[in-house]
Design a protein around this ligand. Structure first.
Ligand code: ADP
Length: 191
């Protein structure tokens, strides 16, 4: 199986690149942000809970997020592989993901990290907020909170995969196709 973690700060371009990667490699795309938003739209109990954190730019608690992700992974019959987008975002989530995949006799092949500096992120998120309708992209205070949470809670996940020699940083500034080609080059190396 080809199991990728697509990593990077809010606004780095994970969603855009995931869409292109699943098409090329026929992987199952699991974006925890998208799943939470679908639950909010359908007014589920999980959606209601997630919204209370997301609107403030905070992380949804690990327990809830891990259980949801595990249930999505378990739904798949005979997948070729997964792209995890927006997950893991904490060390506890990374450990839980390793255990889950190990129980299926597989593991993470590679973490691809899109690197974009903060000033550019702030610009991109505000721009996205104008037409995405995402409440968390409209408020500069919430955007800064998400960037801070990323720096404090999510950055350690990089060390987790670096220690396993699975971390690859990719420049996330430039043409979408240039970035996509750089991602593909790293993936081809592992095949
Ligand atoms: P972005 O990366 O642009 O901030 P996402 O769609 O990935 O957007 O996430 C939006 C929000 O959903 C996060 O700010 C957080 O509140 C919640 N969320 C998404 N993934 C996770 C996760 N793995 N753990 C906890 N909260 C999450």
């Amino acid at each position: 199986m080809l199991n990728l973690v697509l990593f990077g700060p809010p606004g780095a371009g994970k969603g855009t690149q995931s869409a292109k990667l699943i098409e090329k490699y026929h992987l199952v795309h699991l974006s925890t942000g998208d799943i939470f938003r679908a639950n909010i739209k359908n007014e589920t109990e999980l959606g209601l809970l997630a919204k209370s954190y997301m609107d403030k730019g905070q992380l949804v608690p690990d327990e809830v997020t891990i259980a949801m992700l595990a249930s999505e992974v378990n739904k798949q019959t005979d997948p070729k592989g997964f792209i995890f987008d927006g997950f893991p975002r904490t060390s506890a989530q990374a450990e839980a993901l390793d255990a889950l995949l190990a129980s299926k006799e597989t593991g993470i092949s590679l973490m691809l990290a899109l690197e974009v500096e903060e000033e550019e992120l702030r610009k991109r998120l505000l721009l996205r907020g104008k037409d995405s309708g995402r409440a968390d992209d409209l408020d500069p205070v919430v955007i800064q909170k998400r960037i801070d949470v990323y720096n404090n809670e999510t950055m350690p996940v990089k060390d987790f995969y670096s220690a396993q020699n699975k971390y690859k940083g990719i420049n996330g500034i430039g043409e979408i196709d240039t970035i996509f080609n750089a991602l593909c080059k790293e993936i081809e190396r592992t095949l």
